[in-house]
Design a protein around this ligand. Structure first.
Ligand code: AMP
Length: 286
C-alpha cells in the first residue's frame, strides 16, 4: 500500500494563516486545531504536517514530506537545491541591510571591516562575499534589530515587510539582499516518481492563485460598440460576444486582472457598456 502524500506547512507565525486559507480555498477539507501536529485531508489522499517554518526545507529535502510550503528566504538560506514548484504570492518580505538612523553608512561597501548581525547567516555571507566586502557576520537567533543598540554590530541584515520594526528601532534600510515570498517545495524523488496526486495538488493551488488575481466581467452593449469594447477587454484570449434577444444588442463576457477593474469601468461605460457585473472566479486553469 502506498503512503498518503504529506504536505509540511508552518505551525506558527505569519505564514500559517495565508497558507491554511490557500489550502482551504483550493478545496481541501481538513481540521487545523491550535496544537495539531497533523491533519488528515478528508477529500484528498493527503496529510498535512504542521511543523516549524524553519524545519520545512529539511523535511521536504529528506522525504519526510513530499511537499512543503515555507519562505523562499529559508530555502535560499538552506541552499540544498530542494526543487521549488512555484511561488505563492504571499509572505512577501525583503532581507535588508539596515543601519542606525544616525550612522554615516549609505551602501553595503561602507560596512567593510565592520560587524553585521543576522539570523540569515548563509544569505548574508554569500551577499557580502559576492560583493567582495569583508564584514564580520555575527549570528543572532532572532531580534537582530536590537544588535546595534546593544553594541553588538554596526549593521543588521533582517527581514522587512512594512518597515515599521526598523523605524521603531531607529534603523533605516540601505540595501536589499534578497526578496522573499512563500514557496511550494517538492521532494526530488516524489517529483521523479510523479504520481498524479502531486500534479493535482500543484494544479489546485495554481488554479486558486490564478483565480485570485482575476475577475469575470459581464456587460451588455449595442452591437455597433463591439469592436471598441473588445479593444478594452482582452479576456484570456478574446472576450466572448453573445447575441441578445433584442436585435442589435450583445452581451460581452471577459476575464480581466482584478487590479484593472476599477480603472476599466468608466472606460467601458463611456464605450457604451451597461449592466456591468463583476464576478469572482473560483478557479482558473489556463
Ligand atoms: P515566522 O514563523 O512568523 O517567523 O515566519 C518567518 C517567515 O515568514 C520568514 O522566513 C519569511 O519567509 C516570512 N515573512 C514574511 N514577512 C516577514 C517579516 N516582515 N518578517 C519576518 N518574516 C517574514
Amino acid at each position: 500500500m502506498t503512503r498518503r502524500m504529506r504536505l509540511a506547512i508552518p505551525n506558527k507565525g505569519r505564514l500559517v494563516e495565508p497558507t491554511v486559507t490557500l489550502l482551504r480555498d483550493a478545496g481541501l477539507v481538513f481540521e487545523a486545531g491550535e496544537r495539531a501536529l497533523e491533519a488528515r485531508v478528508q477529500n484528498f489522499e493527503l496529510d498535512i504536517l504542521f511543523v516549524r517554518t524553519n524545519d520545512i526545507v529539511e523535511f521536504v529535502n529528506d522525504g519526510v514530506a513530499e511537499l512543503g510550503i515555507t519562505g523562499l528566504d529559508l530555502v535560499a538560506e538552506a541552499n540544498c537545491g530542494v526543487p521549488q514548484l512555484r511561488t505563492l504570492g504571499y509572505g512577501r518580505c525583503r532581507l535588508t541591510i539596515a543601519v542606525p538612523n544616525d550612522s554615516p553608512f549609505r551602501a553595503a561597501e561602507d560596512l567593510a571591516g565592520l560587524r553585521v548581525a543576522t539570523s540569515h547567516m548563509s544569505l548574508t555571507r554569500r551577499f557580502f562575499e559576492q560583493r567582495r566586502i569583508p564584514v564580520n557576520v555575527i549570528p543572532v537567533s532572532g531580534a537582530a534589530e536590537v544588535a546595534p543598540r546593544l553594541g553588538l554590530a554596526e549593521a543588521i541584515v533582517d527581514l522587512v515587510s512594512t518597515g515599521t520594526t526598523l523605524v521603531g528601532n531607529g534603523l533605516r534600510p540601505i540595501e536589499e539582499v534578497f526578496a522573499s515570498e512563500a514557496v511550494l517545495l517538492a521532494n526530488e524523488r516524489a517529483i521523479s516518481e510523479r504520481d498524479g496526486a502531486l500534479d493535482t495538488i500543484q494544479t489546485m493551488l495554481s488554479a486558486t492563485l490564478a483565480a485570485r488575481d482575476r475577475k469575470y466581467l459581464m456587460m451588455n452593449a449595442p452591437l455597433s460598440k463591439a469592436a471598441e469594447l473588445e479593444d478594452l477587454l482582452p479576456g484570456l484570449e478574446s472576450p466572448s460576444v453573445i447575441p441578445l434577444a433584442h436585435q442589435g444588442m450583445i452581451a460581452i463576457h471577459s476575464v480581466v486582472d482584478a487590479d484593472a477593474v476599477w480603472g476599466l469601468l468608466p472606460r467601458l461605460k463611456a464605450a457604451g457598456a451597461s449592466g456591468i457585473l463583476i464576478l469572482p472566479i473560483e478557479k482558473l486553469v489556463p
